[in-house]
Design a protein around this ligand. Structure first.
Ligand code: M6R
Length: 619
């Protein structure tokens, strides 16, 4: 939820840390801070409420020297977003400064204990409790920082990724994680010197090195200026650092001429999906090869049921996955909000397969849901984008989206990446279970392969949305309707509009409209209807009539060449024809663009909407 950056080496740390914070700002942006051990040995902390630029402004004229430092961009959990609650937090003696991503659940009890021992606190945060606890352990056990961290973390309940500086020891940087991600970049220079970079993900690191170590749960790492990287777990067992090579380049995390990451990511979808299907969909043999399924064929052959757990946009793609897998594989599929599932003692059989869908692979509720399913013996499958994140590591098998980093808080290419991956998964399972005829299987593979080109067509042929969106800037409510595969598209369109423009919007199955929401329809109410020439087309046409006769404004998504709905609509977007089950991959694109342009016209911060963060690593 928050972003952590760190550096130790020969370079000045401040510019590296600030650049890293800008890269991680999508994770949280209500306050930011930096700590450096200066050239004359001071442990300085500078913090500001608001975005990283506010921190930079506040730092002007300060001593920003130092070749070791940590920094943080915050999404508040405990304590309002202000300067005092911003990280880094000092320990009482100011010998330590610490940044933290996660939640210390027993922080109140720990704070009371520390206060009873005479310690005083400045902030309302759980993080300050952690740094004070480390200092308390160091003093009461007369031990060094590493041992102090180890002792403190043994008393902590909750999730953390932390990085700590010690004034008395300016040549080492210490970090640890449990439940929140932390990546260490290792850069070996030609003169033999080694420098270390820290990040909540790899985006602040890629500029300097592609060699990284993903810290694992309950590991503590010590990095020093001599190039030493020691990793030890909470039980003092030394761990061999596993060096991975990043599959990421700088272009992927920059805007590349687009005004916002969201717009860049919308336009990236055709290529992102081409990468996603590469080596998996074979257009010549009309085949699908997913190693995650092939390696566990018996599981898929004998499974009784599939449960998909997800949150937000990923829940919407999961719903489309359910429709597809049930139709293609004849297996019952349930879709669960991970946050509900984890707390209601669900019935899970050992022959169930539980699929976690998550862009970040770090969503706390989704992770907890699969941990619960693991305890009950289910087989776990991950559908995630971020390589090496917690969910892929916690599952038995899975498929990465490979759509590249998604930086905009509003999910776009991850949504379509999830839908196409779940479609490939459905086809792969159908192949194992022989539930589709060869003809049908080949036709579905063939058509899925065409989708990236049809997405490109959709983008090229809906270019006027920016002008047209202006007319809806002043609307207070929107209704989104769809049926069958397009009901989740209506949900997703409504979520996109809500989260970046702050206009209230609801997604509904079109036929449910008569059971309540139709009462909202009047001349002020735009109703977005996903109405491709498929499935229940005639019925959707009737729904449109019902809205029109009550004065509602119709914005439709129609199949190219459909004149009936076109003539009934006040505005329309066109998509090329495809199979019913693949329409969501195309129909969502104009809805993404509509929400984008409405939000831009309203002057919203599209990439960093208020109160939101890209990955929700806390409950
Ligand atoms: O990383 P995840 O896919 O697990 O995230 C789940 C939701 O927080 C996420 O999809 C959220 O709803 C989107 N940012 C909305 O656009």
């Amino acid at each position: 939820m928050c972003g952590i950056v760190g550096y130790i080496g020969e370079q000045q740390a401040y510019p590296i840390l600030i650049k890293g914070l800008h890269r991680l700002e999508y994770r949280g942006y209500d306050s930011a801070g930096v700590s450096l051990i200066s050239e004359n040995g001071d442990l300085n902390v500078y913090k500001a409420k608001g975005k990283v630029v506010a921190l930079e402004n506040g730092c002007k004229g300060q001593d920003l020297t130092g070749t070791i430092g940590i920094a943080h961009t915050r999404w508040a959990t405990h304590g309002e977003p202000n300067q005092v609650n911003a990280h880094p937090h000092y320990s009482e003696s100011r010998n330590l400064a610490l940044v933290h991503n996660g939640i210390i659940e027993n922080y109140k009890a720990l704070r009371t204990e520390l206060e009873n021992n005479g310690m005083t606190f400045c902030s309302e945060t759980d993080t300050e409790v952690l740094v004070q606890l480390i200092e308390y352990m160091m003093k009461s056990h007369n031990c060094d920082l590493f041992e102090g961290v180890q002792l403190a973390l043994k008393n902590v309940i909750g999730a953390y990724a932390i990085a700590i500086l010690e004034k008395k020891n300016p040549d080492q940087l210490v970090c640890a994680r449990k439940g929140s991600p932390l990546v260490i970049g290792v850069a070996k220079k030609s003169d033999g010197h080694v420098e270390f970079f820290l990040g909540s993900d790899a985006t602040p690191i890629i500029e300097y090195t592609n060699q990284v170590v993903y810290l694992k749960d309950e590991q503590i790492a010590i990095m020093d200026r001599k190039g030493r990287l020691d990793i030890v777990n909470l039980s003092s067992v030394h761990q061999t650092p596993q060096l991975d090579t990043l599959q990421l380049n700088l272009d992927q995390i920059e805007k590349g001429g687009f005004p916002h990451f969201m717009l860049k990511e919308i336009w990236e979808q055709p290529n992102a999906l081409r990468t996603c299907i590469r080596g998996r969909l074979n257009p010549t043999d009309k085949d699908v090869i997913l190693s995650g399924v092939l390696d566990h064929q018996d599981r898929f052959l004998n499974c009784r049921r599939i449960i998909i757990c997800a949150c937000g946009t990923s829940w919407h793609s999961a719903l489309i996955g359910k429709y597809f897998i049930e139709e293609a594989c004849q297996i019952p599929v349930e879709v669960e909000y991970a946050s509900e599932f984890r707390y209601r003692n669900p019935v899970i059989f050992p022959d169930d397969i539980v699929i976690a869908v998550s862009q970040s692979g770090e969503t706390a509720d989704t992770l907890a849901a699969i941990e619960l399913a693991k305890e009950k013996g289910a087989f776990l499958y991950g559908v995630c984008n971020v390589i090496g994140s917690s969910i892929p590591r916690a599952t038995n098998s899975g498929t990465y989206l490979h759509v590249g980093p998604e930086i905009g808080v509003a999910s776009t290419k991850a949504f379509t990446g999830q839908v196409i991956t779940l479609s490939m998964l459905g086809l792969a399972i159908a192949k194992v279970r022989k539930t589709l005829s060869d003809d049908m299987f080949h036709m579905l593979v063939d058509e899925l392969y065409q989708i990236p080109d049809k997405m490109q067509w959709t983008l090229e042929n809906n270019k006027g949305i920016d002008k047209f969106a202006e007319r809806f800037t002043y609307c207070k409510n929107f209704l989104y309707l769809g049926r069958g595969y397009n009901y989740p598209v209506a949900l997703e369109g409504a979520l996109k509009l809500k989260e970046i423009s702050y206009i209230h919007a609801e997604g509904y199955p079109a036929a449910e409209m008569k059971h309540g929401p139709i009462a909202l329809v009047d001349e002020e109410m735009p109703v977005v209807v996903v109405a491709p020439k498929h499935g229940m087309y005639e019925k959707v046409v009737s729904n449109i009539q019902e809205i029109k006769s009550r004065g509602g404004k119709i914005i439709s998504v129609i199949t190219e060449g459909d004149t009936t709905v076109k003539e009934m609509s006040d505005y329309y977007f066109t998509i090329p024809d495809t199979r019913d089950c693949y329409v969501p991959l195309l129909a969502v694109i104009p809805l993404q663009l509509l929400s984008y342009y409405v939000a831009v016209t309203k002057g919203r911060n599209v990439d960093q909407p208020r109160n939101l963060a890209k990955s929700v690593t806390v409950e």
